[in-house]
Every structure is written in structure tokens, then in C-alpha cells.
Design a protein around this ligand. Structure first.
Ligand code: PLP
Length: 453
């Protein structure tokens, strides 16, 4: 029975990433308020938010300091922009702060409102840079199957998931995809993680040689793949890939939209996984999602080329109305201050062993093929046969079923491509709440097991 709000929703909204036909029957889950790691629906039922919204509400749902930072800025100067040399103090201060904490030397910061805009900007800056450097043929960008980089035209092209391309006429020209680094699913029998990583690096090198190294500009990767399945890369993956990129003068773009600001127990995911990026995209946890904000961290070399391009063309013709929105910047400054003051990243590192161990414990469940966590993110894969890794008929929608049982148990998790389930709670979650999360998830898996029996 759809409630009044739910009926109005079905009649009026298009929901992102929703099976539009099925949704007409199920209706929405309408949330009303949040407290700590908990959110409450319109009936007052609590849910442990095991996905931090969309991998983003790192400081949970009731942080009064963030609200106050937004309020103060909105009272003082709710909006001004950064076009044509206009500026404001929150953007300047935040850019300085981001430069200080960046994992690699950064020259300048370009603000966006989202991760998709940040990655679109990356594509455009790489192209702009190589035109300015007099190498107009060096334009191809290699992404990975199952990588997720957003939904705008260029960032959706980088994304390596079928639903983001099919019937949208994507990907655009000059975007290529190499293999997804998922040892459980794609490693060969008896192949070690390190050997698998070496094989993937060799495959990347072959692709670069086949395309011609002078046509390949950049490689983009998330440290841990998020929306493509919460997939943790195999041992030595990024060092092996990095060696190939260095050899052929191919930039590494780190998409830190999920892993940035502590998710893996280090400030940036790159630091945890041995990436040495040239340029970095961030969003989400930069404001704990209290307001929209993204950013591109630009190295000196790219900035010098942008200067050159702008000298030639005149104006640097890129930017969004809300690039560096003052209220978003004020909230981001406060968020970064809280991360430091409350030692949030250290807290993640301390809680990670518990989270990772509870993930490992799920491997004993009859429905679970793989389960793996790193820091405070992880994924599991539902299989019909653990020995052969055979999956259920996709029509069964087993992962979606687990998610709906979890919801009934008062837990929010997310089903992803390939019958995978992601967990990515707010960084402030306590060890007791981690146990609560996995207890509820186990009950949901038990209910799904009974349902398929
Ligand atoms: N990059 C990564 C790694 C993401 O996880 C996402 C969103 O989930 C994006 C980019 C796109 O960000 P947005 O949805 O803010 O456009």
C-alpha cells in the first residue's frame, strides 16, 4: 500500500539508478531525518545507513558544526562566483588547505559541484593540455571495465558499466577500457594476485602499444572500485600499472571521489594502494555530502600548459556557475578541520581490522562467493555455487532481494552489477555499530537463502 507521499513520488519523480517499471509497484523509501549513522523513514523506523548515503556522508547525519558553517556563510555571502577573476575567501582558504593535504605536489585547484563534473573536467584538461603542448594526437584516455566515474557525457564514457552506455550512444571517441582488476572473478586457477596484477599490466602495455603510445594521454582509476562492485584491487596492482604508465608518458588520474578523505584509513586511497597520481578528482566526503562540491587537483605541468592554452585562445573556456560555491567551500573547510581535530582517518585505521574481519566472516555463508573489506569499504558477491562461482539467473534479482531483506532488518546496503553488495558506512561508525551492521546483513543473507531454497 503506497502512502500519500509515496504515491505523489511515483507520479512526479524520475529516480536515478532505478528500474523505472518495477519502481511503479514498489514505491520509494521516504526518509525523514538522520542521527549519527542512523536514518529514519516517515514511519519513524530506524535504518543503519551502511552506505553513508552514496559513499559520502562520512561524518554521519547530525553534525551541527557543518550546518553552522553553511548557515554562517549563507548569512554573510550566500553566493558569488569565480568567473573572470571574481573570488571569495572560502574558496581561497579551501584551495590552500587541499594543496597542503594532497598526497602529491599540486599547483592549483579547480572546483566543481560533483564527481562527474570533476572527471569531465579531467578529460577536458588533458585534451587542452596536450593541444597546448603541441601533441594534438595524444588524446586517448584508458579507463577500466566496471570503473565508475560518473554520468555526464565524458565521465559516463569513462565509466565501464553496460547500463551507463547502452542506448545513451556512449562511450564517446578516444575513451578505451581495459580489464577490471578482480582476482576472485577474473584471476586464473592457481594464479597468485601478484601474477594476476602482472598480467593486467602486460595487457595494458599491449593496449598502449597497439593504439600507439603517442596517442594515449591518461589512465583513470579509483583506488578501490566503488559502484562497479566495491572491488579491492589485487596485490601489487597499482605499482605494476604505474610502471607501464611511466614508460609511455601516460598520466595517472586518481578518482578519489569515494576513497579520498579517509575511507581506506589513509587520507587518500592512493596512499594506501601505492598510486602516484598526476592529477586527482575529489567530491563526496570533501563536505561529508552536506552540500555538493567536487574538485580537481592540478599539477604544475598541467597548469603551465593551461596558461599557454589560455594565452593562445584568450579566455580559459571552462567553468560552472557553482564552481567553488561559497557555502559548499565553507562546509568543506569545516569538514577538513573536523577530520584533523577528531583524528577521523586514524579512527578508520583503528576500526578497519574489525570491519575487514566481519567481512571475511561472511565468506562462510552459503550464498557468499567473495567477501572483502578494506578500511571502511567492502563488497561481497552472491553466488549460486561457491565451488564453481556460478551466479544465479540475473532475472532472479538475488542481490536486490538481499538489499530488500536488509531494509526489512533496518539496514541500508546497495546491490551492484554482477550480484555484488556494497557496504560503506559513515567514517564515524563505532565498533559496536559495525557489529550491528554485519549482524543485520547476515540475517538478510539468511532470509535470502531461505527465499531461494
Ligand atoms: N567517481 C566515483 C569514484 C564515484 O563513486 C562517483 C559517484 O558515485 C562519481 C565519480 C560521480 O560523482 P557524482 O555522482 O557526484 O557526479
Amino acid at each position: 500500500m503506497l502512502t500519500n507521499l509515496a504515491t505523489r513520488d511515483v507520479e512526479t519523480l524520475i529516480h536515478p539508478y532505478t528500474q523505472l517499471a518495477a519502481f511503479r509497484e514498489t514505491g520509494p523509501l521516504v526518509l525523514e531525518r538522520g542521527q549519527g549513522v542512523w536514518v529514519y523513514d516517515t514511519e519513524g523506523k530506524p535504518y543503519l545507513e551502511g552506505m553513508a548515503g552514496l559513499w559520502c556522508t562520512s561524518l554521519g547525519y547530525s553534525n551541527a558544526e557543518l550546518v553552522e558553517a553553511a548557515r554562517e556563510q549563507m548569512m554573510r555571502l550566500p553566493f558569488t562566483h569565480l568567473f573572470s577573476g571574481r573570488s571569495h575567501d572560502p574558496a581561497i582558504e579551501l584551495a590552500e588547505r587541499l594543496k597542503e593535504i594532497a598526497p602529491v605536489p599540486v599547483s592549483k585547484i579547480f572546483f566543481t559541484s560533483s564527481g562527474s563534473e570533476a572527471n569531465d573536467t579531467q578529460v577536458k584538461l588533458v585534451w587542452y593540455m596536450n593541444n597546448a603542448l603541441g601533441r594534438p594526437q595524444k588524446k586517448k584516455i584508458i579507463a577500466r571495465l566496471r570503473g565508475y566515474h560518473g554520468v555526464t557525457v565524458a565521465s559516463a564514457s569513462l565509466t565501464g558499466l553496460p547500463a551507463n552506455h547502452a542506448d545513451f550512444d556512449l562511450p564517446i571517441q578516444n575513451i578505451l577500457h581495459t580489464s577490471c582488476p578482480h582476482h576472485y572473478r577474473f584471476g586464473e586457477a592457481g594464479e597468485s594476485e601478484t601474477d594476476y596484477s602482472a598480467r593486467l599490466a602486460a595487457e595494458l602495455e599491449e593496449m598502449i602499444l597497439r593504439e600507439g603510445p603517442d596517442t594515449v594521454a591518461a589512465f583513470i582509476a579509483e583506488p578501490v572500485m566503488g559502484a562497479g562492485g566495491a572491488i579491492i584491487p589485487p596485490e601489487n596492482y597499482f605499482p605494476a600499472i604505474q610502471a607501464v604508465l611511466d614508460k609511455y608518458d601516460v598520466l595517472l588520474i586518481a578518482d578519489e571521489v569515494i576513497c579520498g578523505f579517509g575511507r581506506l584509513g589513509t587520507r587518500f586511497g592512493s596512499q594506501r594502494l601505492g598510486m602516484r597520481p598526476d592529477t586527482i578528482s575529489v567530491a563526496k566526503a570533501i563536505t561529508s555530502a552536506y552540500l555538493p562540491l567536487g574538485a580537481v587537483m592540478i599539477p604544475e605541468g598541467m597548469y603551465q600548459a593551461m596558461l599557454e592554452g589560455s594565452r593562445k585562445i584568450g579566455t580559459f573556456g571552462h567553468g560552472f556557475t557553482y564552481s567553488g560555491h561559497p557555502a559548499s567551500c565553507a562546509v568543506a573547510i569545516k569538514t577538513l578541520e573536523i577530520y584533523e581535530r577528531d583524528r577521523i582517518v586514524e579512527g578508520v585505521a583503528a576500526k578497519a581490522p574489525r570491519f575487514e574481519a566481519r567481512f571475511a566472516g561472511l565468506r562462510d555463508h552459503p550464498l557468499v562467493g567473495e567477501a572483502r573489506g578494506l578500511g571502511l569499504i567492502g563488497g561481497l558477491e552472491i553466488v549460486a555455487d561457491k565451488a564453481t562461482k556460478r551466479q544465479f539467473d540475473p532475472k532472479l534479482g538475488i542481490a536486490a532481494k538481499v538489499v530488500s531483506f536488509a531494509q526489512a532488518e533496518g539496514l541500508i546496503v546497495r546491490s551492484l552489477y554482477g550480484d555484488r553488495i556494497a557496504v560503506c558506512p559513515p567514517l564515524i561508525i563505532t565498533e559496536a555499530e559495525i557489529d550491528e551492521l554485519f549482524d543485520r546483513l547476515t540475517r538478510a543473507l539468511d532470509r535470502a537463502e531461505a527465499w531461494v531454497a
